[in-house]
Write a protein that binds this ligand. Structure first.
Ligand code: PMP
Length: 416
């Protein structure tokens, strides 16, 4: 007789009220209304566990790392390196040598452009996409200006997706790097990055994925994605500002020159020359954001405690509800309608300027982002000056979505 298959215990659905109590900032009123914070793609709010981890670090452990032998220095180093190990596990990197702390996704991309970019020559090509955040355009544009390389662009569609019809033509023998966004901050589109990695790797071209909008919302596994670089920011995944991560494949990082130079990134220094430190310290010159790393480690613990699968499922429910609710608003068009999306709802309303709408919504206690969302090329493609964007997190509620819809109706009355 064969044994019955073992059942994995099901995790009950999230207790949203309890989760909301973890986020002190959500308990307030704005303009006399309970705050409905729907601007999570810009930055997400912090659970008390993160705030307390940062505060505890400064109250109990603060010291510089990797240097002194005293007790506090030991504790600070253990906290910082412990956070690196948590991040390694979180993205399933093969080694903590592949996890470099930066100020954020922007600095991580600039690091790769400055360091890996030194191998570029005139005639080489960098391939990005039309959906990119400015952080994944401008560093490459500047690198191309410095080196005579050319920036090429994967086109987008009217639905806010990548048009990959000519991918194999765009990736060619001159391409030196492909750098694309995993999840779009404007439209929420989850891009088929595995396909891009496969096409690039067929020509042995490395791929950077901008995961700033991916890590807060679903499990990310850099080994199964197969990318060579992966960048993200702590503050979008419930951690502090000023801390982020560059994941880089060890064999590739080993071939790259330092980004910044100074203390901690060296092994020996004399006036004749300098021997650089091993990975990942070689890319972390000077005293890093130790408290930020500790806070990011606490954010990872928090996310894993709630469960990324449950977060993703909850946000898909909010997305489905929000999509339906917004479609019922007269004159409103959702911008970005890919079948695979994170919980980002960008929209325009006939005869209403997004900026005016943002102000009226704020007076109803509803926080959204309006404008070009640091993605001007995507806006230009769609012929829009900007959109209004509600970006949802698992702590948001269906009632908050209803309040957005009500506030939009009110804005129409006022502006109409
Ligand atoms: N890429 C994407 C897709 C983003 O949404 C953002 C932040 N809006 C960035 C990069 C830059 O992140 P940061 O400002 O934290 O460096």
């Amino acid at each position: 007789m064969t044994a019955a298959p073992e059942r994995r215990p099901e995790r009950p659905a999230l207790d949203i009220e309890a989760i909301r109590r973890d986020f002190p900032i959500l308990q307030q009123q704005v303009h006399g209304q309970p705050l409905a914070y729907l601007d999570n793609a810009a930055t997400s709010q912090k659970p008390a566990a993160v705030i307390e981890a940062v505060s505890r670090y400064y109250r109990e452990d603060n010291a510089n790392i990797h240097r002194a032998v005293h007790t506090l220095a030991d504790r600070a180093t253990a906290a910082y390196e412990g956070a690196r190990e948590k991040v390694r596990r979180f993205i399933n990197a093969g080694s903590s040598r592949e996890v470099v702390f930066t100020r954020g996704a922007t600095e991580a991309i600039n690091l790769v452009a400055a360091s890996f970019g030194q191998r570029l020559r005139e005639g080489d090509e960098i391939l990005v996409s039309h959906l990119e955040h400015h952080a994944n355009i401008v560093p490459w544009q500047q690198l191309c200006e410095r080196t005579g390389a050319t920036l090429r662009v994967i086109p987008m569609t009217a639905t806010g997706e990548l048009d990959l019809a000519d991918l194999d033509g765009l990736i060619n023998e001159r391409t030196r790097l492909v750098s694309v966004v995993h999840v779009s901050n404007v439209f929420g589109t989850i891009n088929p990055v595995e396909r891009i990695v496969e096409a690039a790797h067929a020509r042995e071209i490395p791929v950077l994925l901008d995961g700033a909008q991916a890590t807060p919302h679903a499990p990310v596994d850099v080994q199964s994605l197969g990318c060579d670089f992966y960048v993200f920011s702590g503050h979008k995944m419930y951690g502090p500002t000023g801390i982020g991560v560059l994941y880089g494949r060890e064999a590739l990082l080993e071939t790259m020159p330092p980004y910044q130079t100074g203390g901690d990134m060296i092994r020996t220094v004399s006036f004749e020359g300098t021997e650089f430190n091993e990975l990942p310290f070689r890319f972390e010159a000077g005293t890093p954001n130790i408290a930020g790393a500790v806070g990011l480690g606490a954010a990872v613990d928090y996310l894993e405690g709630v469960g990324l699968e449950r977060i993703a499922a909850r946000e898909q429910e909010l997305l489905a509800y929000g999509t339906q609710a917004l479609e019922s608003v007269e004159g409103l068009s959702i911008v970005g309608t890919a079948p695979r999306k994170a919980a980002v709802l960008s929209f325009v309303v006939e005869d209403m300027h997004p900026g005016d709408m943002g102000t009226i919504l704020d007076h109803q206690g509803v926080a959204v982002r309006t404008g070009h969302h640091c993605a001007m090329p995507a806006m230009q493609f769609l012929g829009l000056p900007g959109t209004t964007r509600a970006s949802l997190a698992f702590y948001n509620t269906f009632e908050e979505v209803d309040r957005l819809v009500k506030a939009l109706a009110f804005a129409r009355e006022v502006l109409g």
